[in-house]
Design a protein around this ligand. Structure first.
Ligand code: AMP
Ligand code: MG
Length: 487
């Protein structure tokens, strides 16, 4: 295990030079204090978890001190926001501090979000507030624990620095970890500014560092794009299967690695609602829950357009064509597992669709339904769940099909089915109201609730003693919280 001053840096993105990023020093926050740290994320850097409690930890991740080998840089990129192209975005309130290697040879970007103004801040103040930093921290680590590819979060550092949003709040920083911070929007930036040499340099960088296996293919860039399509199809299938709504799927928020990235007004579904819009500035519902699937493809097409200097249009179209079938295959596979099925039948898709329709009509809790379905033998479970449905005849018809399907599925014990289902159906998810409770306590200086919630969410499939309150439907006040986009 390492101490904080033993991290090894190798700042490969910084070495690409000033066309790709700008050197900027973090602007420190006043009176920094540790809000929460993730031991699992600390382990990725081989850090001893105890160092999180030392004063130097809070100083490092609030911009007061820096490692000698760190090279803080603000990256430039652009992107399609809500369908329209914005020619220049970039790290307006975050800095890539540097890249660190762990003992296993894995490499992690350290990105400090909320680090002050940069040349890309536009009208913003370069800051992040405590509320949004806690939300990003909890979501990154919770998604990871659910098996959904995501950027990670090392810690949140709070402060006394005032930051103005709708009201006065306090500044905070979250330290984000990811193997790369390159977004679709990076490629779009060099494409639309007509800088082919830099675009080629960026493509080589991503190919060599993140898709080295594609080098062996006859057309390495095409192989890389295909891989990106595949990873996005799989990531979005997992979002849909677990009820995660990202909220701002602009191409500048899409990672080139196919990991969930840049958390804003995201939400997990409480009641199942295909039309749910978690971002209340999204008036058209462009990023509604069910639209995430076609938007995933739309975003990949925007990336494909930016890759036309390297790959033929026909080949790009063919690769884009992989997205929907791959998405459907992953999604159906996950939903079968959530239903406890081990085999595949043609009618399974219909079984899933019918269930979701019934859940939608009755406002059934998406997470708890699947968990409860695995609690008991199938016949008993559906009998107990029946009360949650308004359309009883509809539910009975579905339950009949489901029981028959389970019987055909295989020769396993009820106990085996229970264990298998509980391993894919979480009991604990990051419900908005739970995050809200933790944030309210943190804003008044009590970080125990954020820490406890983070702990609970780090083992979402495991029933934890004394934690029943984290596995409930939201109370009335917590049902339709409007999460502000301002962060
Ligand atoms: P986001 O909606 O967080 O993905 O941000 C979109 C763009 O706005 C990015 O270029 C951000 O860096 C920038 N941005 C967001 N909030 C701020 C802020 N408070 N100060 C400066 N730039 C910001
Ligand atoms: Mg963003």
């Amino acid at each position: 295990m390492k101490a904080l001053d033993e991290l090894t840096f190798d700042n490969r993105f910084a070495r690409l030079g000033d066309a790709f990023s700008t050197h900027v020093l973090p602007e420190p926050l006043d009176e920094p204090r540790l809000v929460v740290a993730s031991n699992a994320a600390m382990a990725l850097l081989d850090l001893d978890p105890a160092v999180a409690e030392t004063p130097v930890f809070a100083e490092l991740f609030s911009g007061h001190t820096l490692w000698a080998e760190a090279e803080p840089r603000a990256m430039v990129y652009s992107g399609h926001q809500f369908g329209g192209y914005t020619p220049q975005l970039g790290d307006g309130r975050g800095l890539l501090l540097g890249e660190v290697y762990n003992a296993a040879g894995e490499h992690w970007d350290l990105h400090l979000k909320g680090a002050g103004m940069t040349p890309y801040s536009r009208m913003g103040d370069g800051r992040a507030v405590l509320r949004s930093s806690i939300r990003e921290f909890l979501a990154s680590e919770a998604l990871h624990a659910l098996g959904i590819p995501s950027s990670r979060a090392l810690c949140v550092i709070g402060s006394s620095t005032p930051v103005w949003r709708e009201k006065q709040e306090r500044g905070a920083m979250v330290l984000r970890l990811a193997p790369s911070h390159v977004r679709f929007g990076h490629f779009e930036y060099f494409y639309y500014t007509k800088k082919p040499e830099q675009q080629a340099e960026l493509a080589e960088h991503v190919l060599n560092l993140h898709y080295p296996e594609c080098r062996e293919q006859p057309e390495p860039y095409l192989a890389m794009f295909r891989e990106i399509v595949e990873r996005n199809a799989e990531m979005i299938a997992k979002w849909q299967a677990y009820g995660f709504c990202h909220g701002v799927m602009n191409t500048d928020n899409m990672s080139i690695l196919g990991i969930t990235f840049d958390f804003g007004p995201f939400a997990f579904l409480d009641d199942f609602d295909a039309h749910f819009i978690c971002n209340h500035s999204d008036h058209e519902g462009r990023y509604s829950f069910s639209n995430q699937v076609p938007i995933g493809q739309w975003n990949l097409s925007a990336l494909a357009q930016a890759l036309t200097p390297f790959i033929s249009v026909d080949a790009l179209k063919e690769a884009l064509g992989l997205y929907l079938p791959l998405y459907q295959a992953h999604y159906l596979d996950l939903m079968r597992r959530r239903l406890g099925l081990t085999t595949a039948e043609d009618e399974d898709q219909k079984l899933v669709e019918q269930l979701l329709k019934l859940m939608q009509n009755s406002g059934v809790d998406y997470t708890l339904f699947f968990r409860r379905l695995g609690d008991e033998p199938a016949a008993l479970a559906v009998a107990k769940l029946r009360d949650d449905f308004v359309d009883l005849a509809g539910f009975d018809a579905w339950a009949g099909l489901y029981k028959a399907r389970i019987e055909r599925d295989g020769d396993y014990s009820e106990e085996q089915r229970r264990v298998r289902m509980h391993a894919v159906n979480p009991l604990y998810i990051l419900r908005n109201y739970l995050a809200q409770n933790a944030i309210a306590a943190a804003e008044s200086g009590d970080y125990s609730e954020v820490r406890r919630l983070h702990e609970v969410l780090s083992k979402p499939f495991e029933e934890q003693a004394g934690m029943e309150q984290y596995a409930q439907r939201p109370p009335d006040w917590g049902k339709h919280l409007e999460i502000s986009c301002s962060s």
